[in-house]
Design a binder for this molecule. Structure first.
Ligand SMILES: *Cc1c(COP(=O)(O)O)cnc(C)c1O
Length: 435
């Protein structure tokens, strides 16, 4: 091997080729390109290699993607697209100062949650409301503030794992509380809770199973009876609803109904319920919420101004009767989806066909629900094609079923249809040489 390393150009020679680029970025890129050349041999076109390197180094990892999976609240894809109102509120507050903790009227210290707590209280007709980083944080804060050193009673049918290793038994332990399991996987009665109460009990906890569904011989304790039991015995009743529901549905009481049944603390996800930013919402009685607000963990779990801006704007939109992007997606009819899928399939060409598809609400909400819609199926080379779609200039995330790429239009915003179409055509064209 003749030593090409000694033949490599000097850094200043390379920098001379890219004088239009900012010096620091160009220098870092030139060094990276030279390091690579030492390992793998000289670049064919030094200038192009440096420009590529600068591009790669300045491209953010986190970027927008088109969700063609049909899963509306897709946790891996950031759950909910924000409303235009919420996105504008974030942009407005992001680039300047804000009255985050200043009361503009009096000039005195203000309350961080002044824009969201009163709205939540009105919306759910409750005494108090808090917002923290996510629902996991809400549960952690509730149990840390209300049950540390004491016992928490939970049904064996609700000792669930939510994902990302949020397991109810482990959460209870990490809050310094002791788990007391009652009942069975499929049936737990109020009497089971009652028998388990000791002088050490602090909280009766109910947890929404969220991502699974038990059918058959099942029974769960009535919430109003559980709340009455807790209060009779001087305990608190905490309900982790996960997604929650804005209105009562068969088998799924709304958040306000759960609060009215007597729950002292109700936790749910702001992004799951409202289609807003990631946030954990706590509503309920004033006294336990004040204890949570004073706990040191609250400071660690509180919301920053960007999320608060998005959350407040989302709540304003809901109060004003505006439709959220998530609701629009859930509400698309099969007919409109079929029309959009048919024109996408026609534009893609002979490999594409229109198929019926079932979307999912996602986010651990309504696990048994399927949303009837339409999708485009693209035959052949599925593994290669989904990858090309994901890694293209406009990232597209799609499903693969039976060696076929499926593009479900429910979660594609109509304004993204053309970009999606172009991305698919480009990804298919790029595949041609290897076919
Ligand atoms: C989703 C969920 C959580 C966690 O919510 P995040 O907002 O993702 O932290 C907690 N509990 C239940 C029952 C859930 O469904």
């Amino acid at each position: 091997m003749s030593d090409f390393r000694s033949q490599l150009p000097a850094v200043h020679v390379l920098l001379a080729k890219v004088q239009d680029l900012p010096h620091a970025a160009a220098l870092a890129a030139a060094r990276a390109v030279l390091n690579k050349a030492r390992r793998e041999g000289p670049a064919g076109d030094w200038e192009a290699a440096i420009r590529d390197e600068v591009q790669t180094a300045t491209a953010p990892h986190l970027r927008r993607v088109i969700n063609a999976t049909g899963v509306v609240l897709h946790t891996n894809l950031g759950r909910a697209p924000l409303s235009a109102r919420a996105a504008a509120a974030v942009a407005e507050v992001a680039s300047g100062y804000s009255n985050l903790e200043l009361d503009l009227e009096s000039g005195a210290r203000g309350e961080r949650l002044a824009g969201v707590a009163p709205r939540l209280q009105r919306m759910f007709d409750v005494e108090g409301a808090l917002a923290v980083n996510n629902c996991a944080a809400a549960v952690l804060l509730a149990l840390s503030a209300l049950a540390a050193g004491k016992e928490v009673i939970v049904s064996r049918g609700e000792l669930v794992e939510i994902g990302g290793s949020f397991r109810i038994p482990d959460v209870i332990t990490s809050c310094g509380a002791r788990l007391v399991e009652v009942g069975t996987t499929n049936r737990t009665r109020v009497a089971d809770y009652e028998r388990a109460i000791t002088a050490e009990t602090a909280v009766i906890l109910r947890v929404h199973p969220s991502n699974f569904h038990v059918e058959g011989f099942t029974e769960a304790a009535d919430r109003a009876e559980l709340a009455a039991l807790a209060h009779r015995r001087g305990l608190l009743y905490v309900d982790d609803l996960g997604s929650g529901a804005r209105e009562d549905r068969p088998g799924e009481p709304g958040v306000a109904t759960v609060a009215r049944a007597g729950a002292d603390v109700v936790c749910f996800s702001g992004d799951k319920l409202f289609g807003g930013p990631q946030a954990g919402i706590v509503i309920g009685r004033a006294a336990p919420l004040a204890r949570m607000r004073k706990h040191p963990l609250y400071r660690a779990l509180r919301l920053d101004r960007l999320v608060l801006a998005a959350l407040e704007a989302t709540l304003i939109g809901i109060e004003a009767g505006e439709e959220l992007p998530v609701d629009t997606m859930l509400g698309h009819t099969e007919k409109t989806l079929r029309t959009r899928a048919a024109s996408l399939a026609a534009a893609i060409g002979p490999r594409a066909s229109l198929i019926a598809a079932n979307g999912l609400p996602g986010g651990g909400s309504l696990p048994a629900v399927r949303l009837q819609g339409a999708a485009v199926a693209i035959a052949g080379h599925a593994t290669q094609l989904v990858r090309a779609l994901r890694t293209g200039p406009h990232a597209v995330v799609a499903r693969v079923e039976n060696e076929t790429v499926i593009l479900d239009l429910r979660t594609v915003q109509p304004s993204e249809d053309q970009t999606l179409c172009n991305a698919v055509i480009a990804a298919i064209a790029a595949q041609k040489p290897t076919q």
